[in-house]
Design a protein around this ligand. Structure first.
Ligand SMILES: Nc1ncnc2c1ncn2[C@@H]1O[C@H](COP(=O)(O)OP(=O)(O)O)[C@@H](O)[C@H]1O
Ligand SMILES: [Mg+2]
Length: 408
């Protein structure tokens, strides 16, 4: 029996000595009684440095200072906080290093004496592995974030390119339809112009051949009449050509506004001089200007074209002995032109179409024209930042008012 006990004790001793987990026993006061090699190793002490000392030497604060209290409480209340439960705690080595371990404490009663056994399972490796896993996870998340960002950027780039392509296509479509519209306009114009050219050209032809027959002194008057007819026909042709050129330029957006100081009265006189060839027998044209009118900062060529169109219309759409006038007055920061005739007027219900392309009123059937001049005038006035309006009464006459301000 004695031998058997000895054998068991030895076997237990062997198990404890070779256990991988640390095993420490303490008494009720916390004084260490036994330490197995694994535990000594875990805390970096020689067993002799621990045995006989309070277990709290192996604990960092706050457990270090509170341990006596724990023991006391347990011993009086028997209410377990750790005993028989086990939990994760922190140990402190001789060097002062902290390490995590799982502590399982059990209570043993030996020879009427209570001792506590603590089994210490080092968690350093698990914790490190856990931490590594966490780190890895974090890195992975970062990587995913970066990749997501990159992907998003790529998608955005793709979207932007797509939009560019779409925009380009849209622009192309617009340009194409504009071009188509322009081509239609041009062909419409060409067919109309070739028709409109016929009359002045045949006038020129017949007047020229008549002139060649009027060789005598007494034919002077007739010759002069035909020279005037030719002049008028040429002005007409020039007008049509100008309309065509202006229209193409406007439609192609190629009209450049070049400002300069324009002496408006001089310009008005110049235009009147140019349209004189159109005057019918008995028609008069005159201009007047208020004293305080200054020069105008604007595009001279465009303004001239506007005045030319308005004055030539006034002549064209007035009977013989009609009176045409161009009055120039001052407005705030600009000049106002009033071009007045007492001609055929524009039917009231058609007036709203006046600035439309190819519009020709129903009362002008026998008078040549393209129906383009007013649409060009309107666009030109807008280009100069001005405005145009008119008043007209059928059979009584028409007055156009053009306000042009100094360009800034
Ligand atoms: N001073 C005017 N008096 C009467 N009608 C006018 C006058 N100016 C323009 N119109 C009307 O507006 C139309 C368009 O004028 P416009 O665009 O210059 O073309 P066009 O003179 O070649 O017919 C004319 O055909 C005419 O019916
Ligand atoms: Mg006209």
């Amino acid at each position: 029996m004695d031998n058997e006990l000895k054998d068991i004790a030895l076997r237990l001793q062997g198990i404890i000595e070779t256990a991988i987990d640390g095993i420490i026993t303490i008494d009720q006061k916390g004084i260490v009684e036994t330490v197995n090699p694994a535990a000594a190793n875990q805390f970096g002490y020689d067993p002799t440095e621990i045995i006989g000392h309070n277990i709290k030497m192996l604990m960092p604060d706050p457990y270090h200072s509170e341990h006596d209290g724990y023991l006391h409480r347990y011993n009086t209340t028997k209410e377990p906080r750790i005993i028989g439960i086990g939990r994760e705690v922190t140990g402190k080595t001789k060097e002062g290093k902290l390490f995590p371990f799982r502590l399982a404490v059990s209570e043993v009663i030996l020879n009427n004496r209570v001792i506590f056994t603590g089994i210490i399972h080092d968690l350093t490796d698990i914790k490190t592995a856990e931490q590594n896993l966490l780190n890895l996870n974090e890195q992975l998340e970062e990587k995913i974030q970066i990749r997501t960002d990159e992907l998003e950027q790529a998608v955005n780039r793709l979207l932007a390119t797509n939009k560019e392509v779409e925009d380009r296509e849209k622009k192309l479509a617009v340009a194409l339809s504009k071009e188509k519209e322009l081509n239609e306009l041009k062909s419409r114009f060409v067919s109309m112009a070739s028709h409109e050219f016929r009359t002045p050209l045949s006038t020129i032809m017949s007047s020229a051949s008549l002139i060649s027959k009027y060789t005598k002194e007494e034919h002077n008057e007739k010759r002069a009449k035909h020279v005037n007819r030719i002049k008028s026909a040429v002005v007409n042709l020039t007008g049509i050509l100008n309309d065509f050129l202006s229209l193409s330029k406007i439609e192609e957006g190629k009209v450049e506004v070049k400002k300069s100081e324009v002496e408006v009265e001089g310009l008005c006189k110049l235009v009147i001089e140019e349209v004189k060839g159109l005057l019918k027998n008995g028609q008069t044209i005159q201009h007047s200007i208020d004293d305080e009118v200054n020069s105008l900062l604007t595009d001279e060529r465009i303004l001239k074209n506007v005045l030319f169109n308005l004055i030539s219309n006034a002549i064209k759409y007035s009977k013989t002995e009609g009176e045409i006038s161009c009055h120039i007055s001052k407005i705030e920061n600009g000049v106002c032109f009033n071009i007045k005739d007492n001609g055929i007027g524009i039917p009231e219900e058609e007036q709203k179409h006046l600035f439309e392309r190819f519009f020709r009123a129903s009362n002008v059937e026998n008078i040549q024209g393209t129906g383009l001049g007013m649409s060009i005038v309107k666009r030109y006035v807008e280009l100069l930042g001005g405005d145009i309006s008119f008043e007209s009464a059928l059979g009584k006459g028409t007055t156009f008012t053009v306000n042009i301000k100094n360009l800034s």
